[in-house]
Structures are given as C-alpha cells and as structure tokens.
Write a protein that binds this ligand. Sequence first.
Ligand code: SF4
Ligand code: SF4
Length: 467
Amino acid sequence: MSRGPQGSLGDSLAAQADRLSHCVHCGFCLPACPTYVRLGDEADSPRGRLHLMGAVAEGRLDAGSDAFQRHIDRCLGCRACEPVCPSGVEYGLLLERAREAAARARKPPLAARLLLGLVARPRAFAHWMRMSRLLRWTRLPTLLARILPGGRTTSGVRLALGMLAASISTGRFLRGAPPSGPGGTAERRSPPTRAPADAPPARSKGRAAILTGCVQDQLFRRVNAATRRVLEMNGWEVTEVGSQGCCGALHAHAGALPLATRLAKRNLEAFRREDPDRIVANAAGCGAAMRGYPHLVEGAGTEWAEVSGWFSRRVRDVTELLADEGATPVVGGELRLRVAYDPPCHLLHGQGVAEPPLTVLRSIPGVEVVELAGGEECCGGAGIYGLTHPELGGWIGGDKVAAVLDSKVDALVTGNPGCAMQIGAGLKMAGSSIRVVHPVEFLDESYRRAGFYDRRVRPTRGRRRSV
Ligand code: SF4
Ligand code: SF4
C-alpha cells in the first residue's frame, strides 16, 4: 500500500526526484536494452523502469508491488542505456536506489542475503572459497557442467559448477600457445623486439595500489599477480594496501546500500592511508563501483565527500594505466593466438573504457584480435543474475556463447571475473575448449616468453611498439 513519498518504502527513490526528472521519455535507450530487446515489454525497458521508479518516488506505486519488484529485479544493471541517453540519466545509480526500495519492501531471497553477507565477511568468505578451490581442483565441476542434463531443477547447479570450472588457471593454456616447441622453455620463447640486455631501467611513473577484491583474490589470484608484474614492467611502483576489502559492488547492485557504504568507507580509509598516485582495478565491476564511491557516501558529511572524490579521481582500470593517453605497453614475446575481446559492461558503459584493453592485446606480437558479434551486449552474468534468472540470463548468455563459438577463436578476452565465469561456464557446458582470459594474463605471458622476468631486466619505453 502506498504511503506517499515521505516516510514511504520509496524513500531512497524520493531523494532522487531530481535525477529521475532528467528522463525525457525519448526512447533512444530501448534498442540498447537486452531485456527489452528480448521481451519486448516497455516495463522491461530503461524508460519503463524509470517510469516505475518515478511512480514509487511520488507515492503512486508501492515498492512492494509485483510490477515494481518484477521489472526492477529483471534489470541486468548492465548500464547499456546510459551512454545512449541524450539526457545523461544516471540509470545505474537510480537502479541501486530502486533496488534498495524494493529490498526494504520485500525481503530478497534467503540465498541472496546469505551470499551478500558471506562476501562481506572476509574470513568466512575465504573459508568458503578454499572449499570451492578444492572442488575445482578435482576437475569434477568441469565434468559435471558438461554432462549434467539441462532443465529447470538442474540448470542453476550446472551453471554454478560451470562458473567454478571456468575460473581454473589459464597458465597451462597460455604457456602451451604457439610458438612452442617440444623442448624446454628456451624453445618456447620468442625473442623480444629489441635486445633488453643493456637497457636502463624505466623511470618510475608513480605508485599504484591494486584492489585485490574478494572473488578476484580467491578465484583469480593469478590475475592479481599478473597485474602486479605487468605494472612493474611498465614502470609503476606497486604498493600494498593491507586493510582493504570487498569493494561493495555486489551489495550496491542488490540494493544493500548501508552494507555497500560500510565496505566503501573501509576501502576509502585503507587507500587514503597509503596515498597512492593511482588505484588500480582489474575487475570491471569493482572499478565502476569504486568510481561511484562519492554517490555511496552522499550525505555522510564533507570529510567523506572529500576523500571519496580524491579516491574516485585516482581509480583506473589496469589497461588504462598500460595503454591510455598515448601510452602503449612495453612489448614482449610472441603469442600466436586468435582472440576475441568481450568488453565488460561495467568497463565499457560504466567507466567509458573502450580502447585500452584492445590496445593492450594488439601490442602483443602474434595476437590476432577479431571482432565479436554483439560484443557490446551484456553476457547475462550481471553479478549472480545468471543464477537468479536462469531463463532470461540463459537466453542472453546463450547468445553470447553462440557468438564466441562462431568467431572460431582460441580464447575470449574479458576483464571481469563475473563475465569470465558466466561466458566460461557457457563454453564449458557447450563442450568447447575456448578459454576465457584476462588481458593482463596475455601481456604477462608475453613478458615471460621474452625472458623479462628471468633476467630481472626492465625494458625501456624505447621497446614499445606503436599500435
Ligand atoms: S541496465 Fe541494462 S538491462 Fe537494465 S534497463 Fe539499462 S540496458 Fe536495460
Ligand atoms: S534515452 Fe534517456 S531520456 Fe530517453 S527514455 Fe531513455 S533514459 Fe529517458
């Protein structure tokens, strides 16, 4: 039952009345929306959802109503509607407030609440992830994801197992990539573009602190390690930030804003103490969330506004540090692979980072980058969307997997753990051997092949290749 905008379940939206008013109902965003394109229902479009949010903010609709709950819940949060909007509607931020209103009106499912609580508790989460890694090590998830029958009851389990299987190390795959010979490591390496032996060390570009993350730290620790090595090789001094934690992205997307704000404040304090020149994300969802910290601490006082502004100005995706504003990555050894790049929504739409990951890939000798049909569309992962919306998520994800299979590549490259696991799971369930790899893992392997790590030689900017 509606109780008016003030004191109602729509409080969090009522405070956004000004932002909601920016929508001029032009409908330019409709063709960009994966749920509208598939379902053809205005209420499942950005414009329709904004209309529902406005109704709740004005007290004309109850946030607990079926219509509000269903259509806000069905949104992927991919933010593909933002860059195409001529009025600059901040849809992602409004969706978080709408989800908060929806969660206050009706408790989210127990499994979702348990998952969010677990991710926010580092020790409990680490314990759970240890068991997950053990299960992954047995290779059972790979087998079960392939052989379990699809169906209403098994599809969630199958996808979860596939996601775990997809997080498996890419080391053997990358090291086995051509050029390789039957002999030892020397034969597997190709020479660097120019001799590094007498090269002076590169000048330090500044201090960079990496967000190690939660899922990234537990299931993709190798990506964090590769990020560190690659940044150091490109002249950044990498500094540790010990007391950092989960960025809060999953919580904010689910509407658990008080918890997301608490996690954001912990990171703001931790990184402020170290005072790095750049704060580096190698997970697109985390990077987008961290750039949005000023919104999360809105109303918390001028001190938080100042520190969150300082923080968000320093956040960069790792590929931006390597290949933005005229910079190009140091060139390493050859890696003869055909790859397709799938831009994570929270990198492309959420942060506006389009070219740097491609520049990184094209800087690696031998790598052929092909275009992926529908690459700009969401993969259907969207946090845990694939698990909570098996049918629609499976439909959207299935289209992405079909495009990857059609591209006939050796590997798919993407810079977000959620996307890597969603697409990787789809590929595993389809029985494909195409691997999903982070851009820095390619660069890292290329440097290893060039012998940079063995020789402890820092290549100079002189060995960069223009791309
Ligand atoms: S965030 Fe994505 S799914 Fe949601 S309304 Fe925008 S385009 Fe559609
Ligand atoms: S493009 Fe922007 S202004 Fe137009 S309907 Fe979509 S959200 Fe509203």
